[in-house]
Design a protein around this ligand. Sequence first.
Ligand code: AMP
Ligand code: MG
Length: 397
Amino acid sequence: MAGRIPVDEHAAFVRSLLTGLGARPTERVALADALGRITASPVESPIALPPFRNSQMDGFAVRAVDVTDAPVSLPITGEVAAAAGSPGPLAPGTAVRIMTGAPVPEGADAIVPVEDTESDGARIRILRPRAAGEYVREAGADLAAGDDVLPPGLKLASRHLAAAAASGLTELLVRERVRVAVVSTGSELVPPGSALQPGEIPDANGVALAAAVRAVGAVVVHEGRVRDDVSRLRAELDAARDAGAELVLTSGGVSMGAYEVVRETLGPLGGWVGSVAMQPGGPQATGAYRGMPVIGFPGNPVSAQLSFELFVAPTLRAIAGLPPARTERLPLAAPLTSVAGKRQFLRGRRADDGRVEVVGGPGSHLVAALAASELLIVVPEDVTSLDAGAMVDTVFL
Ligand code: AMP
Ligand code: MG
């Protein structure tokens, strides 16, 4: 086909179509829903951490001055458990039994761990001296009330949620995720699990592209499947728009056949449908529909997944604060050949000796081989053959 455009040029063009998605509005989400989201502002703790002076050990609260001559025996005058409220003050020359996390009585300044004591009837025998402050967790030692417990721009992991919850927070202000619609096209497609009539196949791209979208931190707001019918696809794009989609990903209908529904829909709207110098995934489309960028991938599942990974995932990852896909230069396990003028993406995996082997053939319909692979082997446009042991660029899936 004439006018095949280079992979990097298409990637740059798709990236330019997605730049508008970069400025994210903010929303409040419950802590339980905040995992993986990105904080939109500094998060202040309304309380000190710890909120009150408490014991770090199960043992006895004492005045350090009363145990400097240990071993000593002190009368036990009470007990403080966790959640004990405010205990009364500790009288000089006495000890109070205390549990981990319980408030330290006024006047006590050290905790003697239970293992450093011996029971002595109603008294307790303290075996070693203690310095003032030992095993006492001071209020605010971790964080003062009003200080920031989390910075802005942070990708929230479970440890960050622990700190937010400990601060008594229930919600966090985060960046909105990019809202994506995924639409499969093809009259042969039926929902996975349907009894197949002759010529029908289960829609693999719908579920796979939606999963790929979620894996890079965006949210799927609409999923659709349409026959090769322009009015149906337009209705689906309207539905995507109504669902708040900011980006639509389609699969199928972009090649040179007779019923290319994405081509027929985007073409009249000024979109681009053409060929990129790559294999698989040559036919590609870009356009806009009611203000939403529409990125059209070819229908073969390997092509669709690869195209997403190559053209859309890097931008969505960057917006979601995720690192880029892992790349590595690895030696080939066996020689291979490639077509001139196209960047080839072969499915591969590492053998036990660390060299990469090709999984399945170059065909873009080989979805089981895709599932058996763990990386893509990138063969540049100008390379037509490689020897065993040659170093190749790989992208981990
Ligand atoms: P197309 O890009 O529409 O010409 O489709 C290319 C090939 O991919 C055809 O064999 C289609 O049946 C197949 N295909 C298209 N869409 C899907 C899909 N969502 N799931 C599985 N296979 C598909
Ligand atoms: Mg089709």
